[in-house]
Design a binder for this molecule. Structure first.
Ligand code: ADP
Ligand code: MG
Length: 377
């Protein structure tokens, strides 16, 4: 049983991107101190951290400093070295565990754990080596070949229709371990964010409905426009996955809602998630406060939705060619809209620069207003 960690203890986080930044804001607001490990001198989280260790994620001196100065450590970044987390865990509480992070880093392991939890995935074939291409590929076609590791925002994926295309795509991806996943008929995509503490208390946020554009999350709508039984089922599935993994921390679970209204787990992230940013403005407790609570051995906060809400991502594409700022006037003047910028110096196409949320009496009204605001930027 881990001990409760109270302010002003120092909390450590591996990774200093926008998720680390929002974690730091939550932790600092609650009275904790924050150390961020991130090699980037311009890491967005550094602006809110007490200490910024500028070193690689496997730098021994930096890890030693975290172990000596922090009461607990978490991560905002799933491709952090799992061995660094295991090493830290020999000295201080680390959540989620390096083992859980290692599972989420590898689509093959990830899908096998999802099935172990008794949950459905899309039909898939693990391609560990080139010889696995000798299996009958027909059940997985037309499909998507996805690298087992380091894919995000649709990167590392190739659509394939025939066995010959699958073989060519495998070679194009460099012959690394992959999964060949059958394309399933999507009605919608939704996600659940679950918090599980070391005392095994679990809280799940309301389900978000997610729309993507060019493989990147574009809009999250909450409550998701799906039957309430289906939303409840998704929350239950997320809980089941967290329990199977003996997970401690915040876990994001992405689902496909199929045309027959069944739910399939797509993937998970061992950290707060872009589709959970709505919780900052829309819920009694937000996902970063939950991350702090889980790592400190505190009870999870209430997750109830205070208002229907829509979150819109702001990618670098919205900034001008010469890096000029979007026109914020309309957004900033709307009493029910909330802007969040991540403090990134350089806007690039596809780069997540910020997001905004719109609160309204119902999801449809929020979507309409969010779209109207976006068109003014
Ligand atoms: P990433 O790690 O890049 O988010 P995902 O596996 O979530 O990768 O795939 C990105 C998007 O591609 C999904 O959100 C979904 O829209 C689409 N997609 C992925 N796999 C399938 C599938 N098996 N069937 C249909 N659409 C899919
Ligand atoms: Mg995804």
């Amino acid at each position: 049983m881990s001990q409760v960690i109270l302010p002003p203890a120092m909390l450590g986080i591996l990774g200093g991107g926008q998720l680390g930044r929002m974690f730091a804001v939550a932790a600092k607001t609650m009275g904790y101190s924050v150390t961020v490990l991130d090699p980037d001198p311009n890491a967005p989280a550094a602006a809110f951290a007490d200490v910024h260790l500028r070193a690689p994620y496997n730098d021994h001196a930096a890890l030693k400093e975290l172990a000596e100065t922090c009461a607990a450590v978490t991560t905002e970044f799933e491709n952090v070295n799992a061995d660094s987390m295991r090493w830290l865990a020999r000295h201080i509480p680390v959540s989620p565990s390096g083992d859980c992070v290692a599972i989420a880093q590898d689509r093959i392991l990830e899908k096998s754990y999802i099935r172990k939890a008794g949950l459905a995935t899309a039909p898939y074939l693990a391609l560990e080596t080139v010889s696995d291409l000798n299996h009958d590929l027909a059940p997985y076609l037309p499909g998507i070949l996805k690298t087992a590791r380091l894919g995000y925002d649709g990167k590392g994926q190739i659509n394939v229709a025939t066995p010959a295309e699958a073989r060519a795509a495998y070679a194009d991806l460099g012959g690394q371990p992959c999964v060949l996943e059958k394309r399933v008929p999507l009605a919608l995509e939704v996600s659940a964010i679950v918090t599980r503490t070391s005392a095994h208390e679990v809280a799940v946020f309301p389900i978000a409905e997610n729309r993507h554009a060019q493989g990147i999350l574009d809009v999250s709508i909450v409550p998701a426009r799906i039957p309430s039984e289906l939303a409840e089922q998704a929350r239950q599935m997320a809980r089941q996955l967290a329990e199977t993994l003996d997970y401690v921390g915040v876990l994001a679970v992405e689902f496909f809602v199929l045309e027959d209204n069944s739910l399939v787990v797509n993937e998970m992230a061992p950290r707060p998630h872009n589709s959970g940013h709505y919780t900052i403005d829309g819920c009694a407790t937000d996902q970063f406060q939950q991350q702090v609570r889980a790592m400190c051995g505190l009870y999870p906060g209430r997750t109830d939705l205070l208002s229907p809400i829509v979150m819109v991502n702001l990618l670098g594409d919205v900034w001008g060619e010469a890096g000029s700022e979007p026109k914020w006037e309309v957004l900033m003047q709307a009493p029910n809209a909330k802007l969040h910028l991540y403090g990134k110096k350089e806007a690039r196409p596809g780069r997540k620069m910020g997001h905004f949320c719109v609160l309204a009496p119902d999801a449809e009204a929020a979507i309409e207003q969010a779209e109207a605001i976006k068109s003014t930027l």
